[in-house]
Design a binder for this molecule. Structure first.
Ligand code: BG6
Length: 481
């Protein structure tokens, strides 16, 4: 199956923080791939800015290196062509230098987007400069990366700073999980099929498990991570977003505000989480591999590199259905999934012949995106009637043709910015609502002086996380199973 590529309008994309890690690893390779498939029009331009005093040739060389290193593949001629669309203007984000040059480099008759791939402390200042120097036109877009603050107060401050210069419809807050193919597929699965929706409620669903397990540690990002921890770094944004898409009511249409209205309702319905329903952990040293504490260089750190918690959504559809969220670093496998456990059949007509367990629908985000449905069947063969579990398994890569290159989330999201489609971006009230739920949970453990327990690298996390489930008579799905 070949996907259609519809070219976007010509644009000037100004990339702040163009020499930074995210720009080099994700944003520039993503743009290259969109150019390669013909979605970026010929007269689109990418204007890198940063403080470094470099010329366009120097920056093009950096971009070439980044794409050779981080793009999933590249063609030399296409890359040469792509680089002719790339320019560089040195700008002091909070000073005066460079803004006039940047203004002179922009065209009036194309889509204008400012991508702030910089720390959140710079968002309001850059927004203000863009306005003061007349660069922020009524139709221009501003894109901001996560973290969007580190608590409700700071998120409100960022929203106020951005909204002083841009309208909400111009602001694109990135949560790259929303750009992942299977995350969007979750919406298609729920709202483009009639099979699931009648069952998608507390009457039929026992519980939901959302897991984002990583094998990487925090080495290299220790300073940022130790101020955040898994709760702020992953739960407040990525896992809450996955929970929203799993739990939200069907929007009336697939439009940015209809979808985001429904997501905000889910976040606002999240009940406070009791401290006894949380398990936090830090990975310990392991066969020559340093511990979390070594990686962040803070032997007293009480920040978690793993968290599991039980959330409840207080509304009619989900009353009494626990949503177990779990994420951590240095775990057994890189694996992200949403597993929806249906209730066991109410009555068995097959006594003593094997397990009679509810169906489980697993939506795999990575690796190997796809969907699995656990069903119970009769064990094949004559001589008795026994039951066993089998999975109906669909791998998207296989189903849609093995040679389709997996698209990175950033490719989709940057093109959506140019198209002016905010559906897959967080609205300001959504980010604030998520912090309003997360803040008291963090305050709770800080006030109690709780410390994370230790877990082995390559494991599924600390014992406490297993206990959290066992207490409820349930089990986590195995990571890396
Ligand atoms: C980022 C977090 O937002 O997401 C990182 O800051 C994390 O800590 C990353 O590793 C995970 O993203 P992905 O796409 O690799 O699952």
């Amino acid at each position: 199956m070949v996907s259609r590529v519809i070219p976007v309008h010509p644009f000037d994309l100004v990339l702040f923080g163009a020499t930074g890690d995210l720009a080099q690893r994700k944003i520039l390779p993503g743009l290259y791939h969109r150019f390669e498939v013909g979605q970026m029009p010929q007269d689109a331009r990418i204007i890198g800015t940063a403080r470094s005093d470099m010329d366009t040739d120097g920056f093009r060389q950096q971009v070439r290196d980044a794409i050779q290193k981080f793009a999933s593949d590249f063609n030399k001629d296409v890359l040469d062509d792509f680089l002719t669309r790339v320019e560089y203007v040195p700008v002091d984000a909070l000073g005066d230098a460079g803004w006039k040059d940047l203004s002179g480099a922009l065209r009036d008759d194309v889509v204008r987007a400012f991508y702030l791939s910089v720390g959140p402390n710079l968002f309001p200042g850059i927004a203000k400069r863009l306005q003061e120097h007349g660069l922020a036109t009524p139709d221009s877009r501003i894109v901001v990366e996560k973290p969007f603050g580190n608590d409700l107060a700071s998120a409100k401050g960022l929203n106020a700073g951005l909204r002083a210069c841009f309208e909400e419809h111009q602001i694109y807050r990135i949560d790259h999980y929303l750009g992942k193919e299977t995350v969007q597929n979750l919406m298609a699965l729920r709202f483009a099929n009639s099979l699931f929706e009648p069952l998608w409620n507390a009457t039929h669903i026992d519980h939901v498990q959302i897991t984002v397990a990583e094998t990487v540690g925090v080495e290299g990002r220790g300073a940022y991570y130790d101020q955040s921890g898994a709760m702020r770094d992953m739960i407040q944004n990525h896992l809450v977003q996955l929970l929203c898409l799993t739990a939200m009511e069907p929007p009336s249409k697939f439009s940015p505000n209809a979808v985001r209205d429904e997501k905000v309702k889910v976040i606002e319905a999240l009940e406070p989480v009791s401290q006894s329903d949380i398990a936090r952990g830090q990975y310990r040293a392991d066969k020559g591999d340093d511990s979390y504490l070594d990686h962040v260089g803070n032997p007293d750190s009480a920040t978690e590199s793993f968290i599991a918690l039980k959330a409840h959504i207080g509304n009619w559809r989900w009353a009494g259905v626990p949503f177990y969220l779990r994420t951590g670093k240095r775990l057994r496998a890189r694996e992200s999934e949403i597993a929806v456990f249906f209730r066991d059949p109410p009555h068995t007509i097959f006594p003593n012949v094997g397990p009679l367990r509810g169906n489980v629908l697993v939506i795999r985000l990575q690796p190997d995106e796809g969907i699995t449905l656990r069903t119970t069947i009769k064990d094949p063969g004559p001589g008795g009637f026994r039951l066993s579990d089998v999975s109906l398994d669909m791998s998207f890569a296989e189903a849609l043709g093995g040679d389709v290159r997996a698209q990175d989330a950033y490719e989709r999201l940057v093109m959506d910015v140019i198209r002016g489609d905010q559906t897959l971006f967080m609205r300001g009230d959504e980010a604030e609502a998520a912090w309003a739920w997360v803040d008291p949970i963090i305050q709770g453990w800080e006030e109690r002086g709780d410390r994370p327990s230790r877990y082995d690298q390559g494991s599924s996390g600390p014992e406490d996380a297993l206990m959290l489930m066992h207490r409820d008579g349930r089990r986590w799905r195995q990571i890396g199973g």
